[in-house]
Design a protein around this ligand. Structure first.
Ligand code: AMP
Length: 399
């Protein structure tokens, strides 16, 4: 069975075509970028072949999808004989609100709810829905499944998701903590337990998904009980360009001083903040590390602030969970950046965290135990694979 996995943003479409027979295999993958701009971008990498990149204007999502499908069946470049060989399509959908504690096969009702949730996720859900509707037109007889970034966190207890603001805003507008990256947090926790031969139902786990967007989740007996992102993905950790937790009074003060309107505040906290804002150098941790190695103090400060916040959340979630068996690092930074992992885990012996610094220093993009054998808490890097989860959910629900 072949599954096309799509992640549609407002101006991009990430795609992967996977064969899900026996062992999953990625047949082709790539990205369409800068949709609607004069200089569109299309990349395509088929299994065992070189990546190709084409620059051409891509007016809208439907043209972008059409380009992906045509390339997949192209006699020279393609990996399929015809589009009939695509058996199902899985969509990554950002916000499932309180409607979707699980993935769902797309029907009229599901689309209406995804559309309604565009109110609280205006940057993501409309683009996700556009992807679904475009695929319905291009592949009308193929089942489609939506996998939500929020679903895994629907098990949070109410005391963890209610904000300290008038309750009517929860009742009227659904303003509460939802959390994101759920697919990844669930996947790495289950994968680690499988590798360790553990039953997740006995375990207390803290998963640190540290990428451009970053979040931490407390998992008790396989269920998410708290997570650092909130109503939107701007909450929690300091991220690449997102502010994370912030004194709201400080934001009001800055807005008054700089005479910012709501759109500008939105841009400030989502696009100009985080390690980019602190360092003035970059949102990318590789570039920050290079700048730090070259003596840039603000790059070092940005890295220190990031690691400090991760450590704070680990401490908080150890308290919430009443103990921890396993801490997992994943995402581009979590899987690769040994400096950040070391800085996070430094001086945590009291809790039971003790890294083998030599193993940590050489671990990149692999499933590895980083803690010393005598440590009370296991620390691991686990590679995440959100597309694989979406493909597996799509297989499960599309029959
Ligand atoms: P993601 O959003 O999960 O793709 O993660 C992107 C982040 O991971 C960026 O800040 C990258 O700089 C960082 N990253 C990726 N590879 C490495 C690496 N080898 N060392 C340090 N950071 C990395």
């Amino acid at each position: 069975m072949n599954v096309l996995v799509l992640n549609c943003g407002s101006s991009s479409i990430k795609y992967q075509l996977l064969s899900m027979d026996a062992q999953p295999v990625i047949l082709a993958k790539g990205i369409v970028e800068k949709i609607g701009l004069p200089c569109g971008n299309f990349t395509y990498k088929a299994e065992g072949r070189d990546k190709i990149a084409i620059e051409q204007p891509i007016a809208d999502h439907s043209i972008g999808m059409d380009l992906i499908l045509k390339t997949l069946v192209d006699p020279k470049l393609g990996v399929l004989r015809s589009l009939n060989e695509i058996n199902a399509v899985g969509h990554c959908v950002a916000h499932g609100g309180e409607y979707f504690p699980e993935s769902v096969k797309i029907d009229k009702e599901a689309k209406a709810k995804i559309k309604a949730l565009g109110e609280i996720a205006p940057l993501h859900n409309p683009a996700n829905l556009k992807g679904i509707e475009t695929m319905e037109q291009l592949l009308p007889s193929v089942p489609q499944v939506a996998v939500f970034d929020t679903s895994f966190h629907q098990t949070l207890p109410k005391k963890a998701y209610i904000y300290g603001i008038p309750y009517e805003y929860y009742e009227k507008y659904g303003v509460r903590k939802y959390g994101f990256h759920g697919t990844s947090h669930k996947f790495v926790a289950e994968k680690a337990c499988n590798l360790l031969g553990w039953d997740i139902r006995d375990k207390k786990i803290i998963t640190c998904h540290l990428g451009n967007g970053a979040s931490i989740t407390a998992i008790d007996k396989g269920k998410s009980v708290d997570t650092s992102m909130g109503f939107t993905p701007v909450a929690g950790l300091v991220m690449g360009t997102r502010a994370g937790d912030l004194d709201l009074g400080a934001l009001i003060y800055i807005a008054q001083k700089e005479k910012l309107d709501l759109n500008e505040i939105n841009t400030l906290v989502n696009k100009k903040s985080g390690v980019q804002g602190i360092s003035g150098v970059s949102s990318d941790f590789r570039e920050l590390t290079t700048a730090w190695e070259n003596g840039n103090e603000r790059a070092q400060l940005a890295l220190d602030v990031f690691a400090y916040h991760v450590k704070q959340y680990i401490g908080a979630y150890a308290a919430i969970l009443n103990g921890v068996d396993l801490v997992i690092f994943t995402g581009g930074i979590g899987e690769n950046d040994f400096y950040i992992r070391e800085a996070v885990c430094e001086n945590m012996e009291f809790l039971g965290i003790k890294l083998d610094k030599k193993i940590n220093a050489v671990t990149r993009g692999a499933d590895v135990t980083l803690s010393t054998p005598d440590a009370a808490i296991k620390v691991m890097t686990i590679t995440t694979d959100e597309e694989l989860v979406i493909a597996m959910e799509t297989v499960r629900l599309s029959h």
